[in-house]
Each structure stands twice: as structure tokens, then as C-alpha cells.
Design a protein around this ligand. Sequence first.
Ligand code: CO8
Length: 258
Amino acid sequence: DAPFETLIVETRGGVGLITLNRPKALNALNATMIRELGEALAAFEANEAVGAVVITGSDKAFAAGADIREMADKSFSDVYLADLGGGWRRVVECRKPRIAAVSGYALGGGAELAQMCDIVFASETAKFGQPEITLGIIPGFGGTQRLTRAVGKAKAMDLVLTGRMMDAQEAEKSGLVSRIVPAEKLLDEALEAAAKIASFSRAAVLAAKEAVDVAAEVGLSEGARFERRAFQALFATEDQTEGMAAFVEKRKPEFRNR
Ligand code: CO8
């Protein structure tokens, strides 16, 4: 694995694990970290052995936002020409499922990174918020869009306009968090879920993720049509034959990603 300045990147079986690693700055997302996240995810995307990715931080902070020190003196033309926030596209574009394992602060860009992941596991200590308004800005990478789709307008407006934090319970109840997990089990449970996903037919996993993602973009009948075509297409895979044969024969399937 290539050495990264701001991340620890490793593989655990079929799972890619990215640990945000700027502990002194509570994992504030600087330009290097955003670039490296894109690179690490692209490498996992290209690595056939990897079926799912876990992104985590430290006990105290998943990530306390974009790096305020790095942004403080920038002008409009600086951030426009550098396409500040645009580097995140590479994070979103990853086709393999990503699980965010969140402990401690997930604020601003850190909350948005969690929102970009497909599944969010939170420890009881997790705190989510969009405090950008307190800095004279607004969320810059999906916090007004993905958050609103996840939790609805009422909760999103409350969070984005007041900048307050919500705890894991509230985040789970409102639909941002998939599961709350005891802090000491957070990473293990995320790795276990990722390993399970990685064990399934890769084509089925990618199609399932793609179809769920389409729901955020299109109307119901168009989305259902997309789903049906993707569903039907999977009957062209050997994994479908194997998965159903294994059920009928009462044995474990052996998916070969064909
Ligand atoms: N940027 C830079 N440094 C940070 C950040 C940050 N976002 N958050 C914490 N740090 C640093 C602190 O400056 C401090 O450094 P030092 O020890 O050198 O003074 C260190 O981390 C520890 O932080 P604290 O001493 O503040 O720790 P506390 O436990 O007292 O407080 C908090 C923890 C509440 C999380 C507090 O640090 C805080 O409020 N942080 C800022 C949170 C914030 O406002 N985040 C939003 C940032 S804006 C944003 O994310 C815009 C997203 C747009 C995306 C565009 C793409 C790039």
C-alpha cells in the first residue's frame, strides 16, 4: 500500500479500510486529505480483491470539518479556480459500497463525508452537525442536499441554520445513521458488515447500490424501471445461477464474480 500523509490505508480480507489520520487537528479535512481520500478510494475501486470500504476516524473525531486554518485567508477566485469542494467528486464516484464508522465529531465536511458513504455506523459518542453557518459560510459538499434527502427539510433546516450538533440517537432516529454501535465495537462491526457485503456477488452489490442511489435522483416510476432492468440483467450472471442453485441445494453459495 502506498504511504499517505493524512490517511492510514490498509486491506483486511476483502475490505478496504481508510483511517483518517490528522489526530492533532481532529481529522480536519485539508486539501491533501481530500486528494488522498480520492486516491485511496480509486485504488480500492481498481483492486479486484476489495468488495467494500470502511472509512473511520479516531475515538474523538471522525472529522471536525474542512480545515478552517487552510480556508481562512482564501478569496472567491482562490476557491473557485481551485474548485474547492470539487475534489470530493472522486469520493462520491466510488462504485463500491462505503461504510462510515463514526465516533466523536462529524462536523461540516466530516458530516458530509459520512453522508456520502452508503451506510453510516455511529458509536454512542458520535456528534453530527453542519456548523458552517457559524463561520459565515454554508455547507459546501452536499450538506444542504444529501442531509436534506436523508433527514427531511425540518431537521435539515434546523441543523444547517442553527449550526447545532445532534447526537447519535437523534441522527439514527432521523435517518442519517444506519446503526448505533457501542464505541468499543464500532470498527469491528463496520468491518464485519463490509466483509459480508464483499462476500456477495460483486455485480449484485454494485447494482443494488446503484439502484438505491438512483432513488435520490429520479421519480418513482423511472426509478422502479431502472431497478427492474438491473434486476433482470443480473440473470445474465453466473452468480445468480449459483446463488439460487445453492439455496435449492441447501448449501452456501460460492460467488465467483461472473
Ligand atoms: N479545521 C482546522 N482545525 C481544526 C478544526 C477544523 N475544522 N477542528 C478542530 N481543529 C483543531 C483546533 O484548531 C485545535 O488545534 P490546536 O490544538 O492547534 O489549537 C485542535 O483541532 C483541537 O480542537 P479543539 O481544541 O477546538 O478541541 P475541542 O475538543 O475543544 O473542540 C470541536 C472540538 C467542538 C470539534 C472544535 O474543534 C470545533 O468547533 N471545530 C470546528 C468545527 C467546524 O466548524 N467545522 C466546520 C468546518 S467548515 C466546513 O467543514 C465546510 C465544508 C465545506 C466543504 C468544502 C470542501 C473542502
